[in-house]
Design a binder for this molecule. Structure first.
Ligand SMILES: Cc1cc2nc3c(=O)[nH]c(=O)nc-3n(C[C@H](O)[C@H](O)[C@H](O)COP(=O)(O)OP(=O)(O)OC[C@H]3O[C@@H](n4cnc5c(N)ncnc54)[C@H](O)[C@@H]3O)c2cc1C
Ligand code: SF4
Ligand code: SF4
Ligand code: SF4
Length: 368
């Protein structure tokens, strides 16, 4: 198979598909890795895809010039978000004072990117989606807006921010604003679909999916926790154990203190602030550029000092990529042969699995 970047190292940013004038590239999702595969019968060897690829090229990254912990001053914005509500607050300010916003939404069973054109609409972006999102189609749309002189804020995973910056080039540096999330890896959405199948749920029929409510990490279908809310579900277990990310994530070049964006947001793990605040969500905020700083100060936020070294210690992604667990190969072997998420976890982590089954039973009869 001829691929745009090194085999199994694709981040699924979809930029190469958008740049190819011959539609010669197809994304192949083999659950444990993505590959942008080139159809050699259509390819004219123009090299455009290789030149745009974030794996093959490096964007300039910068050390934070300011760092804080904090949250949205508006209680509603903080409440509706996964952490301190920075994502939504920055987006609202940008829309009000700067230009338009492009970020990830869950719609029709897919994790895609959309623009927002009204304050009321911004809430559609809120919440962490612990899955590989799909930026198909956004590059040309962002470029068109930048060409018209509009300001655009793009919020995404670090690899997606790198892809957007590479696609746009240095020409639009002043108008393109970027916010990246601290990211420890992302799994294929096909794994989420497979996990939900065990509960007779299909992503296509889900209106609203959530992956966490503040410090409670759990998959929710609308208001209903999958399985029992009292027992961590297997999808969340696999995600938090770094078991099921695509292969490229374990060598991610964005997992460091030098960042790819104007502003980085994540969780302020290890915060010394009061437990009450922690329950409501505290974000970690790193700011790399002057234009990022301006946007941050224009936004109605509660900001506090943070010890950067402690923050790095508590969030390993600011130092190095997630480590691949020994069980990962077996997990994917099992899942590819059985097509069954539950069975794959059972065969790789039998102790964890049976402990969870017991807890589920206890939850069912009301003991826990
Ligand atoms: C795959 C993944 C891994 C993460 N790993 C870490 C980590 O290791 N350490 C850490 O501190 N934080 C991590 N985060 C970030 C964390 O979960 C919160 O999203 C972050 O703290 C921002 O929360 P918030 O309340 O400020 O924003 P929110 O209001 O929750 O907004 C989050 C913003 O992120 C966007 N977004 C959500 N999911 C995705 C996605 N899959 N792809 C692209 N954009 C998305 C939304 O559109 C929104 O604009 C991760 C997030 C994701 C999606
Ligand atoms: S080399 Fe050009 S034609 Fe071939 S796949 Fe890449 S972008 Fe498409
Ligand atoms: S990382 Fe992006 S540009 Fe590179 S091969 Fe994958 S989808 Fe294409
Ligand atoms: S770990 Fe790196 S490559 Fe993987 S989704 Fe996150 S930013 Fe992208």
């Amino acid at each position: 198979m001829k691929t745009v970047c090194k085999e199994n190292m694709c981040a699924g940013c979809m930029a190469c598909l958008e740049v190819c004038s011959k539609q010669a590239i197809k994304m192949q999702d083999s659950l444990n890795a993505f590959n942008a595969a080139i159809d050699e019968t259509l390819c004219i060897d123009c090299n455009a895809c290789h030149k745009i690829c974030q794996y093959n090229n490096n964007v300039e990254m910068a050390k934070p010039i300011k760092w804080y912990q904090g949250w949205a001053a508006n209680d509603g914005e903080r409440k509706s978000s996964s952490s301190g509500g920075l994502g939504v607050s920055l987006a609202k300010t940008f829309l009000e004072k700067y230009g338009c916003v492009c970020a990830c939404v869950f719609k029709n069973g897919e994790f895609r990117f959309e623009f927002s054109d009204s304050q009321n609409d911004i809430v559609k972006f809120s919440g962490s989606k612990y899955v590989k999102s799909d930026p198909t189609g956004i590059y040309k749309q962002i470029q068109a807006k930048l060409r018209l002189g509009e300001n655009v804020l793009f919020i995404g995973l670090p690899c997606q921010v790198a892809a957007v910056r590479l696609y746009m080039g240095a020409k639009y540096n002043d108008n393109l604003y970027t916010v990246d999330l601290i990211c420890h890896g992302s799994p294929s959405p096909a794994l989420l679909e497979m996990f939900l199948k065990d509960y007779q749920v299909s992503l296509k029929t889900v209106n609203d999916i959530q992956f966490r409510r503040k410090n409670n990490f759990h998959v929710y279908n609308g208001d209903k926790g999958i399985g029992s809310e009292k027992v961590q579900d297997l999808y969340t277990f696999a995600f938090l154990s770094c078991l099921d990310y695509t292969e490229n994530c374990y060598v991610c070049k964005y997992a460091r203190l030098y960042r790819v964006s104007d502003i980085t947001i994540g969780d302020s793990w290890g915060s010394e602030l009061a437990g009450e605040e922690q329950k409501k969500g505290i974000s970690l905020i790193l700011c790399q550029t002057l234009k990022g700083k301006q946007l941050l100060y224009d936004t109605n936020l509660h900001l506090e000092d943070v010890d950067l070294n402690k923050a790095i210690e508590a969030n390993h992604q600011l130092k190095e990529p997630s480590q691949m667990p020994d069980e990962r190969n077996k997990f994917f072997f099992e899942i590819l042969s059985s097509n069954n998420f539950k069975k794959a976890i059972k065969n790789c982590y039998s102790k964890v699995y049976y402990k969870k089954q017991l807890k589920l039973l206890l939850a069912k009869i009301g003991v826990i």
